[in-house]
Structures are given as structure tokens and as C-alpha cells.
Design a protein around this ligand. Structure first.
Ligand code: NAD
Length: 340
């Protein structure tokens, strides 16, 4: 069977990870990656063996000058590709929609775009079947992916009456020197609740959820404190068993001396993960508690990588490479080294 040809438009934090994840699959391959400028990441793409395309013809001169060979422009790449994964900065991706339509190429956008750009928001476990054969899909943001992975199994099993989440957000990605704060806590946004709850509703519309968010002086991970009221009674051990059965949840505990996001990242390094990525939701097992009949726990989310396996599953569903979501998740996890 010939492999599905994937274009990546925007080769930054998310784009380069999706490039590697696509390469690890047996049923898809990279047709080329699009860069605006010949930065070090263009050289990373060349080292990976990817063909480089300039975002527009007026940009090719800069690549030639830097000694980086281009294979054409974005439009030429779209002509060859079956599906484009748009990994341009939030808000930019929507401006490419007309071009993707012109070339009749399927498209995936990331969480920086509004739900409306694709008209469908995706999470592998919650709605794989609804993505099958679709032309356009949006893989929700890192925080929304993390929240959906945590809430969907609870709702399936116990029914969620109400959920409230405090999100402590990283200020910027580690390679970003332009954003802060360096020494402050920023309510983000000040007006409440935050947009994260409605974003979860773009996948799970019936769940009652309220979220607040603050930005902290850290770059490595987001951190969530969840409180969930459910329709059926539970014990903490039941929740541990439920999450243990889910494919993209990893437990850590204070007993193992993992008491912070820094130690979670150290664990990712020790696991030998490329770029020290942690694709799973990281839940502190010993935080899972029942208090006044409600569930409480902490989880950490690696913003740079948790959406990457979801992009691979979205490609499989949209290109009808696999009709069973559980099998796609299993294959993506196997090829990306995601195991318990
Ligand atoms: P990034 O800034 O790291 O990478 C964006 C890339 O797109 C860069 O290489 C940039 O040069 C390129 N680019 C800029 N303008 C372009 C244009 N007009 N055409 C083509 N390429 C262009 O951004 P990112 O963090 O990878 O984010 C990409 C998307 O993923 C956004 O929607 C973002 O919200 C979402 N997302 C980001 C994270 C995260 O934490 N970084 C997590 C989940 C989802």
C-alpha cells in the first residue's frame, strides 16, 4: 500500500515533532516541510532528509543564500500532498484555508486556531470515529488535549456533574526568549472563566466545566488542579484503575520522588524520549483524592508534545487508514515509544 503524503506548513515547536512522528509510521510519509526563513530548524529538517519548500517564491532567495536547497514553494508542495498539517503560529493557519481548498488537500489545524476554521475539533479517544474521512480537522490545544484525556473517561464511566479546573500555564516554550513573565504570576485572562472550558466543550459539548488560568515563570510544563463532581459514587482506587487502563496517561508519585514538573522532565530524559518529550498526561497517583464526595487530583501537561500523537491519529482517521480508533492509538503509541 502506498503511503499517505503529508505536508507540514510551519516547522517550529509542533511542526518538527509531527515531522518525526509521521516518519515513524508505516502508513504515512513526509512529502515536504514549509519554512519561511532558513533558520537552524531548516537545517534540522534537511538533516532528517525532508524536502524543504519556501512559504512563497519571494522567500527562496534567502534559502539559496544560506546554502539550503528548496524543492519549490508551498503551493507546489500542496499539489503533491494528500494532507497538510498546518503548524503555523496561532491565528496564521486560518489564512491558509482558501489555499488548501484550492489544491483540494485535506488539512489539520492546531489549537491556536478557532474551532470554526475546521468546524470539527479532535481528540483521539473522545471522537476518532467522527474524524473518519473528514477534509478538515482541528487538533485542540495542549491544555484542552490534556483536559479531554482526563475528563472523557470520567464522564464515560461516572457521568460528570460539574468540573472545575485551575490551569497553571508555562509562560513560553523553552526555546522562546521573547515571552515572560520572568518573575510574576499573571492572571491569564483576568476576566473569568478562561476559554479552556469552552474549548473542552468543542469536543465534549455536554460537560459542565469552568476553568481559570494563570501564567507562571516556568517554561517546561503546564500544571492542572482538577476538581470533578460526578453522578456516581467512586473511590480513589477506582479512578486509579480507570486511568491505568487509558493509553495516554502516565502515573507518577511523590513516593518515587517526583514532586514537581522538573522531575517529570528528568523522567522524560531518562526514558530516552526524543527532545525530552512527555506525550502522556502525567497524573500524580497520590493526589487522586475524594473529599466531600468530589474528585481532586493534579496533572502535568508537556505543552510541546502532548498533541503530537493526536495529530497522527487524526491523519489516520481523515485519510481512512484505520477505522478503529483504539487500533490507531495503539499503533501511534507503539511507533512513538509511548508505553506505561
Ligand atoms: P512556533 O512559533 O514554534 O512555530 C511556527 C512555525 O511557523 C515557525 O517555524 C515559523 O517560522 C513558521 N511560520 C510563521 N509564519 C508562517 C507563515 N505565514 N507560513 C508558514 N510558516 C510560518 O509555533 P508552535 O508552538 O509550533 O505553534 C503552532 C501551532 O500549534 C499554533 O496553533 C499553536 O497554538 C499550536 N500549539 C502550540 C503548542 C505549544 O506549546 N508550542 C502546543 C499545542 C498547540
Amino acid at each position: 500500500m502506498s503511503k499517505v503524503k503529508i505536508a507540514i506548513n510551519g516547522y517550529g515547536t509542533i511542526g518538527k515533532r509531527i515531522g518525526d512522528a509521521v516518519t515513524a509510521q508505516n502508513d504515512m510519509e513526509i512529502a515536504g516541510v514549509v519554512k519561511t526563513r532558513p533558520t537552524f530548524e531548516a537545517n534540522v529538517a534537511v538533516d532528517r532528509g525532508f524536502d524543504i519548500y519556501a512559504s512563497s517564491s519571494d522567500k527562496t532567495g534567502a534559502f539559496n543564500k544560506a546554502g539550503i536547497e528548496t524543492s519549490g514553494t508551498l503551493e507546489e508542495l500542496l499539489d503533491k500532498a494528500d494532507l497538510v498539517v498546518d503548524c503555523t503560529p496561532g491565528g496564521v493557519g486560518a489564512s491558509y484555508k482558501k489555499l488548501y481548498e484550492k489544491y483540494g488537500v485535506k488539512a489539520i489545524w492546531q489549537g491556536g486556531e478557532d474551532h470554526e476554521v475546521a468546524g470539527f475539533s479532535f481528540n483521539s479517544e473522545a471522537n476518532y470515529n467522527d474524524a473518519i474521512g473528514r477534509d478538515f480537522t482541528r487538533v485542540v490545544s495542549c491544555n484542552t488535549t490534556g483536559l479531554t484525556r482526563a475528563l472523557f473517561p470520567l464522564d464515560q464511566t461516572y457521568g460528570i456533574k460539574k468540573s472545575r479546573v485551575t490551569l497553571m500555564r508555562r509562560a513560553a516554550d523553552p526555546g522562546n526568549i521573547k515571552s515572560g513573565p520572568i518573575n510574576a504570576i499573571i492572571p491569564n485572562p483576568i476576566s473569568l472563566p478562561s476559554h479552556h472550558g469552552p474549548d473542552v466543550n468543542s469536543i465534549l459539548p455536554h460537560i459542565e466545566i469552568a476553568t481559570v488560568a494563570v501564567k507562571l515563570s516556568t517554561t517546561i510544563m503546564h500544571f492542572h488542579a482538577l476538581n470533578v463532581e460526578m453522578n456516581k459514587d467512586f473511590e480513589p482506587d477506582d479512578i486509579i484503575d480507570l486511568y491505568a487502563s487509558r493509553p495516554r496517561i502516565r502515573f507518577v508519585s511523590g513516593d518515587q520522588n517526583i514532586k514537581s514538573t522538573a522531575e517529570v522532565m528528568e523522567l522524560a530524559r531518562d526514558l530516552g524520549r526524543s527532545r525530552c518529550d512527555m506525550f502522556e498526561n502525567v497524573i500524580w497517583k497520590d493526589s487522586i483524592s475524594k473529599y466531600h464526595g468530589e474528585l481532586y487530583f493534579f496533572q502535568a501537561i508537556h505543552q510541546e508534545s502532548d498533541v503530537v500523537p493526536e495529530n497522527i491519529d487524526a491523519i489516520r482517521a481523515m485519510c481512512e487508514l484505520e477505522s478503529d480508533g483504539a487500533k490507531s492509538i495503539e499503533e501511534t503509541n507503539r511507533t512513538m515509544g509511548i508505553s506505561k
